[in-house]
Design a binder for this molecule. Structure first.
Ligand code: NAG
Ligand code: NAG
Ligand code: NAG
Ligand code: NAG
Ligand code: NAG
Length: 564
């Protein structure tokens, strides 16, 4: 009689076959054998945008979106007519500027906006210029700033490739040959920037010499973003410089299948993310930093200019690449830094009288001192807090973002032009901050402004900066509240009223002044205005366009797909 009991070897063989087949199926499911089809990547998503729209609401405000689009066309064609090929156009004189290596920063930087808005004629002109007229192997001055160049030029080029790959640009405007040529330009540029990673710590050198292909120090630390750190001479950089290139390099590695860019960028911010130096607030780094050793040389700690975009990147890389090896660590670090921002540097303004509301602003810490001033640049933070609060499920951070955004709004709403100043100060409400506060009003104008508005203006210029509009975009897309659309409209109306010139848009010398020639600054800031216009336009557009559930926006407003 045959035995139905199988001997142990048979059972073992069956089991082994089962395991092999299972693994095969799992692997198949994950990697999808066979050729990769470009337009069907492994798209990953997040649930960031307001839930209430899932029922089909969240429609465009066509009329307002249309007005913003017209302003973008105006900006583009003035530049095209008077300064094509220059980095910028001086909005009062109409002259061209060359302070971004002379490659036509305006053209490259604005492609994302043109593509989103569907300005195809303009986009075609820009792309032909990028492919045929830019030589990234040489620059107008040998010393190139790799930080600015990465976030502006490189970011724009690869964002454009992502927009093409996501079928957001018709084939008749940019075909595959052109798409590949744009990517090739990005690779050329990235390879020219490669020596910036050759520092002893791996952090980016402040400059790359395009003639000798070597990293270099900043020639004049007294100007540019380093100005605030001039008292630390030598090899110092701000945290933003070390920690704001990982998004672009991650995307470039994905598009080229070459890990080197992402590996280098990961190494470049390691001295910040895994800093061996103890700082008093968990998750936050002290700056400025010695690029040779990674050691902090100062005790400045904040989310404002020179620091903020490092924290911004901790969150955004974890959205862009949620399955990467260090993602959990980045998220935890960002959450700690957000907690420190909440508890130690955001401060309500002291009441000026019983009838006026108080506002929440965010300052800076320098050693023991609380620096009670905020710059317009820091108005990016409300949007970043809302994005992270929503993504990581910390509703209290969404509320914090809303409150800080109200503070930025207040600086706009209380000025004569309804445009916000570059830097302002306030008296903090609570005792330890008040007694340690660094700044007090020093002029009659300060005192009057403080009594009237609850803050005083330290630097009254308006430089067409996009950060407030950017945070309004996050706020509207995340909360769905109509008031953010209204606030965005106020900004647009004020821009048209006070800043529009014969050659584009100009910054203002004083937001409390008027808006005519006497108040304009003849300084090329057009790529900031195109970023501002992009965010304002997105606020009024259909909420599916550039959705935060599928795209991550860089610190320069270039958007990348969330793809594994
Ligand atoms: C869709 O959701 C929004 C927000 O919750 C709500 O105000 C609106 O009435 C809803 N519309 C419909 C048609 O259900
Ligand atoms: C793309 O367009 C260019 C010129 O506009 C043309 O030379 C090239 O052959 C086109 N490529 C494809 C794949 O159609
Ligand atoms: C990567 O970093 C190394 C230094 O560690 C540098 O020599 C190399 O040129 C960099 N490559 C790229 C493509 O950035
Ligand atoms: C706030 O500052 C105090 C004093 O430096 C520190 O002990 C505390 O940990 C900080 N809070 C956060 C959340 O970082
Ligand atoms: C205020 O300054 C004192 C020393 O003068 C310091 O001990 C204290 O920690 C500071 N408080 C804050 C909130 O910075």
């Amino acid at each position: 009689m045959p035995s139905f009991r199988r001997n142990p070897t048979t059972i073992f063989k069956l089991l082994a076959a089962f395991i092999v087949v299972t693994f095969y199926l799992i692997l198949r499911g994950f990697s999808g054998f066979g050729p990769r089809i470009r337009n069907e990547p492994q798209q990953i998503g997040a649930s960031i945008q307001f839930e209430g729209w899932k029922n089909g609401s969240g429609v465009a405000d066509e009329q307002r979106a249309g007005r913003v689009r017209v302003a973008m066309k105006y900006t583009f064609w003035k530049y095209r007519e008077y300064a094509w090929g220059f980095d910028d156009i001086m909005p009062v004189s109409g002259n061209g500027g060359t302070n971004r290596n002379g490659w036509g920063a305006f053209i490259v930087d604005s492609t994302t906006t043109l593509a989103l808005m569907g300005l195809w004629d303009e986009l075609e002109l820009a792309v032909d210029h990028i492919i045929h007229s830019i030589n990234f192997n040489t620059a107008i001055s040998d010393l190139v700033d790799p930080f600015e160049t990465t976030i502006q030029y490189l970011g724009a080029l690869i964002s454009l490739v992502d927009l093409i790959d996501a079928d957001m640009v018709p084939e008749s405007v940019i075909n595959n040959t052109k798409r590949d040529a744009i990517l090739a330009q990005a690779v050329t540029l990235a390879n020219k920037l490669a020596p910036s990673f050759d520092s002893p710590t791996g952090m980016m050198w402040p400059r790359v010499n395009f003639y000798t292909d070597t990293g270099a120090l900043s020639p004049n630390p007294l100007s540019g973003p380093e100005a605030s750190t001039h008292r630390y001479s030598g090899h110092t950089i701000d945290p933003a410089r070390a920690g704001s290139n990982i998004l672009e390099n991650r995307v470039l590695s994905r598009l080229t299948n070459n890990d080197i860019y992402f590996a280098n960028a990961t190494r470049a911010w390691a001295p910040l993310v895994w800093s061996p130096y103890i700082t008093p607030w968990k998750g936050m780094v002290d700056g400025p930093i010695n690029i040779l050793t990674g050691e902090p040389l100062g005790r400045e700690r904040h989310w404002d200019a020179g620091h903020g975009s490092y924290y911004e990147h901790l969150l955004k890389i974890s959205l862009l690449a949620p399955h990467d090896r260090y993602t959990r660590h980045y998220q935890k670090t960002w959450l700690s830094a957000a907690a420190a921002l909440r508890h130690n540097i955001s401060q309500r303004s002291a009441p000026t009288d019983l009838h006026r509301p108080q506002h929440l602003f965010m300052g800076k810490q320098d050693g023991q001192w609380f620096l009670n001033e905020q710059s317009h640049l820091a108005c990016f933070a409300p949007g970043n807090l809302m994005l992270g609060g929503r993504f990581l499920d910390h509703p209290n951070l969404v509320s914090l973002g809303k409150a800080l955004l109200e503070g930025c709004h207040h600086t706009y709403a209380s000025s004569a032009t309804h445009l916000g100043p570059e830097i302002w100060s306030w008296l903090p409400q609570s005792a330890p901050y008040l007694s340690n506060a660094t700044f007090t009003p020093t002029t009659v104008r300060h005192t009057l402004e403080l009594a009237e508005n609850g803050f005083w203006i330290v630097n009254p210029t308006f430089r067409l900066r996009p950060e407030y509009a950017e945070s309004l975009f996050y706020a509207y897309r995340i909360t769905g509240e109509q008031r953010y659309r209204d606030w965005a409209w106020d900004v647009f109306v004020a821009l048209e009223k006070h800043c529009k010139t014969r050659f584009g848009f100009a910054g203002l010398k004083d937001v409390m002044g008027g808006g005519d020639d006497g108040w304009w600054i003849d300084e090329g800031l057009e790529s900031w205005v195109t970023q501002s216009l992009m965010y304002l336009w997105l606020v009024f557009e259909e909420v599916d366009v550039g959705s935060l559930d599928r795209w991550v926006y860089s610190t320069e407003g270039h958007l990348f797909r969330m793809i594994r």
